[in-house]
Design a protein around this ligand. Structure first.
Ligand SMILES: Cc1cc2nc3c(=O)[nH]c(=O)nc-3n(C[C@H](O)[C@H](O)[C@H](O)COP(=O)(O)OP(=O)(O)OC[C@H]3O[C@@H](n4cnc5c(N)ncnc54)[C@H](O)[C@@H]3O)c2cc1C
Length: 265
């Protein structure tokens, strides 16, 4: 590690001020940021620890949405009765993230802000058409994820809450990369009541929707229908873990499993 200043603001306004003044980085669960600092992939001069900012933790439910505070840990989403009741697929997703330490420390806001191309939350955010509430504005999912590790957040902007519209039914299945447990391919399928949305993580540089499977599932919301869609391997990632063709094949297979999960409720 190297020398880094540390700030511990006690209000949202103080946190934003600290980011503006220092040009530092917000620190949430530290599961990604601290590891990146150890390897010097990231070298912030100041860490602005947002653990002391009130109002950033917990789950709220309205008639049509579930709102999860940015500092809510994965373990708390996985075990939230409200999330389990309203969007069981989201609780299932959170319960399958990383290992016990990551789930006990990592947060929704940190995961969404980090926009790792193989992270699970971005698939849920995009498939459910979530809204990312920040210290400045509300950003729709479609406008949030820009490219690998890049979002539309400004440097001094903090995610405060993520609002997930409650779908009729949904499912999330990931094919794990065995060493890290990130998604080699993860597919979130949401039947929103006004249409079917399918978002994929792990298969390209940034989370994306799959029109072919969405069309198929709009005609018939069945596993066979998902599996019958032809997914192009063009623009998909190829690396030591899997070729783009293999990932394309996995997307349809896993989408079918996610539909089965959605149908099972
Ligand atoms: C071994 C391992 C396995 C993992 N497996 C998975 C997996 O299977 N699926 C998965 O989805 N993820 C996985 N993760 C990532 C995990 O979900 C992390 O917790 C998450 O990416 C970062 O969350 P954090 O709260 O620790 O954020 P931090 O590490 O503190 O921050 C991450 C980034 O987000 C920024 N940030 C944090 N909070 C905010 C905010 N409120 N507003 C704006 N910017 C903010 C930080 O400045 C930093 O750039 C894994 C991580 C590890 C180490």
């Amino acid at each position: 590690m190297y020398e880094t200043d540390y700030e511990h603001p006690l209000t949202l306004a103080e946190a934003v001020q600290a980011l503006k003044r220092t040009g530092g980085r917000p620190l949430a669960g530290g599961q990604t940021l601290v590891a990146a600092m150890k390897t010097r992939l990231s070298q912030p001069g100041t860490l602005v620890d947002i653990a002391g900012v009130p109002g950033l933790r917990g789950v709220r439910i309205t008639g049509t949405s579930i709102l999860i505070g940015a500092m809510t840990r994965h373990v708390d989403v996985a075990s939230s009765p409200e999330v389990m009741r309203a969007i069981p697929a989201l609780a299932h997703l959170a319960g399958g993230i990383g290992d016990r330490q990551v789930r006990n420390m990592g947060t929704v806001g940190g995961s969404v802000a980090n926009n790792d191309p193989a992270a699970c939350y971005p698939a849920a955010v995009l498939a459910l058409g979530a809204i990312i509430h920040t210290s400045e504005r509300a950003i729709p999912a479609e406008k949030f994820f820009v490219s690998m590790y890049e979002t539309s957040l400004n440097e001094d902007e903090l995610i405060t809450e993520v609002e997930f519209p409650i779908p009729r039914r949904a499912g999330y299945v990931k094919f794990e990369q065995q060493a890290s447990r990130f998604a080699l391919v993860g597919v979130f399928v949401a039947d929103t009541g006004t249409g079917v949305r399918v978002a994929v993580t792990g298969a390209a540089s940034v989370v994306f929707r799959v029109a072919e499977i969405e069309r198929s599932l709009t005609t018939a919301f069945t596993p066979e229908s998902a599996k019958s869609a032809t997914v192009s391997s063009k623009d998909l990632s190829s690396d030591i873990h899997a070729t783009s063709e293999y990932r394309a094949h996995l997307i349809a297979v896993i989408a079918a499993q996610a539909v089965s999960q959605a149908l099972a409720g």
